[in-house]
Design a protein around this ligand. Structure first.
Ligand code: BGC
Length: 337
């Protein structure tokens, strides 16, 4: 099977993005500046092999079948117990070792401004039941929006939770810390975690905590607070419960680069948003000439269902039945302030 290729899409305002079918990744996103130069705001590489180093496997990838963690990789559907690949301490993370990030997707369509990719995931893959067919489309529209749409179907009851995992630095990939980026998240509540980053089951208010991003705050403002949640995550690695009453496309977050003044607004049909501040980044990958991916030089804002939902009956459902179709849309809107 082919190893993976790179494809470029663009819009009429000279925004440009590269996608690779290895892991259906968003490789880069070029945003034109007022002086007509362009800034790339996603950490990525121009060779597929660079994505195979353990520290870079999730960079820009589509994550599935289940983004985020499932406790001990165990869940039940009806009375049947399933055991998934355990690849993060005792837990299952991001679909397992050979999840959707680590496979070559088929390119179904490519146009000037969009690409459609497909992957057929086999019954039993990484321990999940059912043959699943999944597509992702990336569309760069003339109103400076990157729209990511997932569709999936299965032939047996299974669980599914897809997300896109770009590592953003709105000042420019490889340009240093993201701690001075401003962030707001449209969430009154979050799902606290235990020391292995599995939700405790509680839905907790962000009020009076470092997780209160209801108004703009620098990412670094409270990241060193004496808070067990921040100790467990080694920084922010938390799922926010977005304020919404249905699965319509609605406002999730706004991120602003402090040096570039690039603003990114996120809208999603998903109920949750994982804020991950690159706490485990270790500088082992070269991002731009002379610049490595040091700790917290990128931030991930992953729209998704909540972690460990298959084991938390009161969380929004992640089960997919053969008679249903899974659909999920997230929109990233770029502006220069
Ligand atoms: C997780 C982190 C993990 C990272 C890897 C995030 O979605 O929440 O715990 O280290 O992905 O890219």
């Amino acid at each position: 099977m082919q190893n993976g290729s790179f494809y470029t899409i663009k819009n009429k305002n000279k925004l440009q993005a590269t996608i690779t079918n290895y892991g259906a990744r968003w490789v880069n996103m070029m945003i034109p500046q007022k002086d007509k130069s362009s800034v790339n705001i996603i950490l990525g590489f121009d060779a597929v092999d660079s994505y195979k180093k353990p520290s870079a496997i999730y960079y820009g990838a589509v994550i599935g079948r289940y983004a985020n963690r499932i406790a001990e990789g165990k869940f039940k559907i009806n009375e049947t117990a399933y055991q998934l690949d355990v690849n993060n301490g005792n837990n299952h993370l991001h679909g397992g070792t050979n999840g959707f990030h680590a496979v070559v997707w088929e390119v179904m369509e490519i146009n000037d401004n969009s690409i459609l990719l497909k992957y057929q995931s086999k019954d039993g893959e990484e321990g999940y039941p059912g043959n699943v067919e999944v597509t992702v489309s990336y569309t760069l529209t003339d109103d400076n929006v990157m729209r990511i749409e997932f569709i999936a179907v299965t032939d047996k009851p299974t669980v599914i939770n897809l997300t896109a995992h770009p590592y953003f630095n709105l000042n420019g990939a490889g340009s240093g810390t993201i701690l001075n980026h401003s962030l707001t998240v449209n969430a009154d509540n979050y799902t606290p975690v235990n020391e292995t980053l599995i939700p405790t089951g509680e839905i907790k208010t962000v009020n009076h905590s470092a997780l209160d991003f209801r108004t703009f705050k620098k990412i670094g403002e409270k990241i060193k607070n004496n808070d067990m949640q921040l100790k467990y995550g080694k920084g922010y690695d938390h799922n926010f419960v977005l304020n919404k009453s249905s699965d319509v496309l609605s406002h999730a977050a706004i991120l602003i680069g402090d040096i570039s003044s690039i603003q990114m607004k996120i809208f999603t049909t998903e109920p949750g948003l994982q804020l991950y501040t690159g706490n485990f980044m270790d500088g082992s990958n070269i991002i731009a000439e002379g610049n490595n991916d040091d700790c917290r030089t990128a931030v991930c804002l992953e729209t998704q269902h909540f972690p460990d939902s298959p084991n938390q009956p009161h969380f929004p459902k992640t089960m997919l039945l053969p008679e249903d179709e899974y659909r999920s849309t997230t929109v990233f809107q770029f502006d220069l302030l």
